[in-house]
Design a protein around this ligand. Structure first.
Ligand code: MF3
Ligand code: CO
Length: 255
């Protein structure tokens, strides 16, 4: 069942989203060669808790940390640890925040130090795919319109989209209906209605779309071919006036 949110509930999800966006920006201020992903995770977790939020990934089905920190060929669900960032890496910082019972979800992939032109292009195209998907988040459209727009933009640029994981409803819980795949057919899938809140999150591979999950930790999701991946995510509400993007990259990009 797809839970619709009132205007007031959407305002509350926006307050949660604002804290989440500030937390990701706070982590971003410390992303540089030589720091570890566990250092960044602890710093981000402290920021969320200091501001009254709960990082929902921690303890979710046994996930051990507040943030997913995914480096290079790790697509998503990287577990923070003694992993030292180095010049030319990418780091995706993914987090879900509960503030006063309202839940938001966002991810930003940061370049670490100086990155290659290939890496810059992967990050740019993945972020473009996110906003192209968000443009489709209008009442009367269908989930497949979002999925198709994301897939087309990535594939026309020579990249592929992951099939095993997808975007989702959000707002009262981390994962609600509907699923929002990053591939699909226009005009198909659930109808988008005013009051729906969803997380749109293209997970994009520079090479083939195939991924593998770590046997050791059960979480870390890597590209099979070892090529780079990127991931951007916003929480968005479908309103009478079109998409209202609740999370924001403004603080990350204007600091
Ligand atoms: N942003 C991720 C998602 O959309 C958060 C889940 S990570 C987990 O599913 F570690 F909590 F599973
Ligand atoms: Co998500």
């Amino acid at each position: 069942m797809i839970l619709l949110k009132t205007k007031e509930e959407i305002e509350n999800i926006k307050i949660s989203a604002n804290l989440l966006s500030r937390a990701i920006a706070e982590v971003g201020r410390h992303v540089r060669p030589g720091v570890t992903t566990s250092f960044l995770d602890k710093l981000g977790e402290q920021f969320i808790r200091d501001n009254g939020g709960i990082p929902l990934c921690k303890g979710y089905e046994g996930f051990p940390s507040a943030f997913c920190m995914s480096v290079n060929d790790v697509v998503v669900h990287g577990i923070p640890g003694d992993i030292f960032l180095k010049d030319g890496d990418n780091l995706s910082v993914d987090c879900v925040v509960d503030l006063n019972g309202f839940v938001s979800d966002s991810c930003y992939t940061f370049p670490v130090g100086e990155v290659s032109e290939d890496m810059k292009r992967l990050l740019r195209v993945t972020k473009e795919a996110l906003y192209i998907g968000l443009d489709q988040c209008k009442a009367g459209n269908r989930v497949g319109d979002i999925s198709c727009a994301i897939q087309m933009h990535c594939e026309k640029n020579g990249y592929s989209v992951v099939r095993e994981l997808c975007g989702h409803g959000v707002g009262f819980k981390m994962h609600e209906s509907p699923n929002v795949p990053n591939y699909g057919i226009k005009g198909t899938g659930p109808l988008l209605k005013e009051g729906m809140v969803i997380a749109v999150e293209p997970m994009v591979c520079a090479g083939s779309k195939n991924v593998k999950f770590s046997q050791e930790d059960g979480w870390t999701c890597r590209t099979k071919d070892g090529k780079m991946a990127a991931h951007y995510e916003h929480t968005v509400a479908i309103t009478a006036d079109g998409p209202q993007i609740l999370t924001s990259f403004d603080e990350i990009e204007n600091q």
